[in-house]
Design a protein around this ligand. Structure first.
Ligand SMILES: Nc1ncnc2c1ncn2[C@@H]1O[C@H](COP(=O)(O)OP(=O)(O)OP(=O)(O)O)[C@@H](O)[C@H]1O
Ligand SMILES: [Mg+2]
Length: 512
């Protein structure tokens, strides 16, 4: 049933003077409201307080006293807002997805709602599995409900978390809150998700959407609110907030012009740094990769086309190894140790699992010595290491209280900068980047792009996988498009364009 929306509807959620103080105040006296049947984008730089604000609304982070939250007929002092009250009208997909890795997909659904019981009060496992399979199917997911969540790819994890949040949404107006749901989603999946969001909106539900991809925000949002340092610095209908204005509000100053991408013409006669033929590990079926000195090669493709596998194979982390020529020298890359020794660096896609030590201090995560697998853990930093780390924090614009803070205490975008910074500090010959600006704000993204291009200009060969086509367009001199493990197209010059890339991802082998 469709809920009719009156001309001046009561907001579905209203907060006033909402604040949160950790060591410092990270959300500062926020007044905010959500209209029913609208998609509301919550924007702001890394660490600006978006996730903290949303966690207070979920009741999982206690707010400072003095504020008020009103929703679903409840009107409470902010410090008395609980998960139980919030659950009456709000559904959340938090940034970390809150899935339990050790459990199956079905059990993760079971935890969130009540397990269906048989007549005898036992948990009805088969009933739950059928129900979950149907819910997954609604979102185009063909996954066995018994599969452990730990075995899912990042994209599927995100989609499972979203399907779980939407499980059982009925006719009562509900607000779905999505904290960076698209950070790890390729274009096609984003299109699916946006279709679901539009359906919810048509049915009178509201959606709060956090994203750093501003072109997506322009596509889906009706209203926007922008936070900077925990303070609302702009709020209103999306029409009043063109991208340049949004970036200015996020940054607090006009957008710096990003250096144009290095002209491919300059790279044409440059020596080849990386030359690998016929990579056939995992899903790949004979992929050739040649990258010249100073060149950035973009890799595009749909989910499952083999993009991440290609990087992992080049890094000695998949299959039986590859024979490569690096700066003209034959090298056998059978292990990640071989790759590191050959001057290859990989910034992996799944930061939380492969790229970072969340419980270890920043200095250790930033330390170039971490690149060695033989590094001892748990010892104290040398003064030089700490000074280097502080220096790297400045160079790479990492926002954190100190070099001793555990990486896990940083905002998502700042964690990503640390992982990228660590590898760039090693000065690699070949830099492999998998979704380098996933979860990174527009300002930091520009900064990371500048760092990557600087690495290329300093002579490295760079290979970038990204499902953010604006990023591929901005960064790449040349793009290869993978389809089912093969190179379907190679694009250069004016063809390095998001629309040409999208077309090539779907239409194999139609070179103009
Ligand atoms: N549990 C915590 N203890 C101490 N400080 C915290 C904690 N959680 C968050 N912070 C700090 O609060 C600030 C806001 O963080 P928050 O995660 O809300 O930012 P965000 O806007 O969601 O950023 P991102 O875009 O990177 O996800 C940051 O400076 C962060 O380091
Ligand atoms: Mg966040």
């Amino acid at each position: 049933m469709t809920v009719t929306v009156p001309a001046h509807p009561e907001p579905v959620l209203r907060v006033s003077r909402l604040s949160k103080t950790y060591a410092t105040r990270v959300v500062d006296s926020v007044d905010w409201q959500l209209a029913p049947g609208r998609v509301h984008a919550l924007l702001g730089g890394n660490g600006s307080g978006k996730s903290t604000l949303l966690k207070m609304l979920a009741g999982v982070v206690p707010a400072d006293p003095g504020g008020r939250i009103e929703a679903a007929g409840h009107r409470l002092a902010s410090e008395h807002w609980t998960p139980q009250v919030a659950a009456g009208t709000l559904r959340f997909v938090h940034q970390d997805l809150a899935l339990v890795d050790g459990l199956s997909i079905a059990d993760n659904f079971g935890l969130a709602r009540r397990y269906p019981r048989s007549r005898w009060g036992r948990i009805d496992g088969a009933g739950l599995a059928r129900h979950v399979a149907a819910q997954l199917g609604r979102h185009g997911l063909d996954l066995d409900p018994q599969r452990p969540v730990a075995s899912l790819r990042p994209t599927d994890r995100a989609l499972v978390a979203i399907a779980r949040a939407l499980d059982g949404i009925g006719d009562d107006a509900t607000t779905l809150v999505l904290d960076e749901p698209t950070a790890s989603l390729p274009v096609d999946e984003v299109a699916h998700l946006f279709a679901s969001i539009r359906t919810l909106r048509e049915n009178g539900h509201s959606v709060v959407f956090v994203s750093h991809r501003l072109s997506e925000v322009a596509e889906i949002a009706d209203d926007v609110t922008i936070l900077r340092d925990g303070v609302v610095v702009g709020s209103g209908p999306i029409g009043q907030f063109p991208e340049e204005r949004v970036v200015e509000l996020i940054a607090g100053h006009p957008r710096a012009t990003v250096a144009a991408r290095s002209r491919p013409a300059a790279a044409d006669d440059a020596p080849v740094v990386l030359d690998v033929r016929g990579v056939s590990a995992g899903p790949l079926r004979g992929v050739d990769v040649r990258v010249r000195r100073g060149e950035v090669l973009g890799v595009a493709g749909l989910m499952g086309s083999g993009r991440s596998s290609l990087l992992r194979a080049l890094f000695g982390d998949l299959g039986d190894g590859v024979s490569a020529r690096i700066d003209g020298h034959e090298v056998e890359i059978r292990t990640t140790g071989d790759a590191v020794a050959a001057g290859i660096a990989l910034v992996p896609e799944d930061r939380a699992r492969d790229g970072a030590y969340l419980d270890r201090p920043l200095w250790e995560n930033l330390s170039a010595a971490v690149l060695s697998r033989y590094r001892r853990r748990g010892r104290l930093a040398t003064p030089a290491e700490r000074a280097d780390a502080a220096d790297a924090m400045r160079t790479f614009g990492v926002r954190a209280p100190s070099v001793d803070a555990p990486l896990g205490a940083l905002s998502g975008g700042n964690q990503q900068k640390v992982v990228v910074a660590r590898w760039l500090r090693a000065g690699p010959r070949v830099l492999l980047l998998d979704e380098p600006s996933q979860g990174v704000d527009a300002v930091a993204r520009d900064e990371i792009h500048t760092l990557v291009r600087d690495a290329a200009r300093a002579g490295a060969a760079v290979v970038v996988v990204s499902s953010d086509l604006d990023e591929l367009e901005a960064l790449s001199d040349r793009v290869i498009v993978l389809l089912a493990g093969r190179v379907a197209r190679e694009l250069s010059g004016p063809d390095v364009d998001r629309n040409v890339i999208i077309a090539a991802m779907h239409a194999p082998g139609v070179d103009p």
